[in-house]
Design a protein around this ligand. Structure first.
Ligand code: GAR
Length: 215
């Protein structure tokens, strides 16, 4: 899906692909050159194929060694010469060699306000901790688990009526708004590295913050 731009993006998915769909629906000035999954059964793959996007599978089940898998994945990704690799529900821990190969070119979204709630079951844990706000984070990936430079965050107030599912749905709705905004900013050269550890999203307008508030 070329949109008159040569900015090449590869999207990695493992499952349903709702973030991938949000990125594709946003008609961003990027070219999604491939969608790659570690699972042949990922629902995201037929969704991408239906939009004419090349899909590939590098099955993680075929590998016992993480380094070998990541090397096989890297080779397939690099066939498409991406400027950016976007993780959209790609549910694997990545090895330092892989992550360093894509230094400052590997973006992830995760369902928590980093540095809170790294790892799994973030919505359940947020409710257990009784936090007042929860949300999602777009960050660059480093070899520190969920620890890379934060680009932007989406914040969702937690209601006393919430359960894991209701909270998760509201966070996901904000993910679908936040990720396209970050990709748009990237495509417009509005992400600026002020140091190797810190990236700033320059506002479209002075009053546009790096925080998106959900309901
Ligand atoms: C999203 O909530 C995303 O933030 C999360 O998985 C879900 C994927 O949904 N990612 C992670 O937890 C990464 N560690 P999707 O396939 O519908 O986009």
């Amino acid at each position: 899906m070329t949109m008159g731009s040569s900015r090449r993006v590869v999207i990695l998915v493992s499952g349903r692909g709702s973030n991938m769909e949000a990125l594709l629906a946003a008609r961003l000035p990027i070219e999604v050159v491939a969608v790659i999954s570690n699972r042949a059964a990922a629902a995201a793959l037929p969704l991408a194929a239906a939009q004419g996007i090349v899909t590939r599978v590098v099955p993680s089940a075929d590998f016992t060694d993480r380094i070998d898998y990541d090397e096989a994945l890297r080779q397939v990704i690099d066939e498409y010469a991406p400027d950016l690799v976007v993780l959209a529900g790609f549910m694997r821990l990545l090895t330092p060699g892989f992550v360093n190969h894509y230094r400052q070119r590997l973006l992830n979204i995760r369902p928590s306000l980093l540095p809170a709630f790294t790892g799994l079951h973030t919505h359940r844990r947020a409710l257990e901790e009784g936090v007042c706000v929860h949300g999602c984070t777009v960050h660059f990936v480093t070899d520190e688990l969920d620890g890379g430079p934060i680009v932007a965050q989406g914040v969702v107030p937690v209601s006393s009526a919430d359960d894991e599912e209701s909270l998760g749905q509201r966070v996901l709705a904000v993910e679908h708004q936040l990720y396209p905004k970050v990709l748009q900013a990237w495509a417009e050269d509005r992400l600026h590295w002020v140091s190797p550890e810190r990236v700033i999203l320059r506002a479209e307008q002075e009053n546009f913050p790096r925080v998106l508030w959900g309901k």
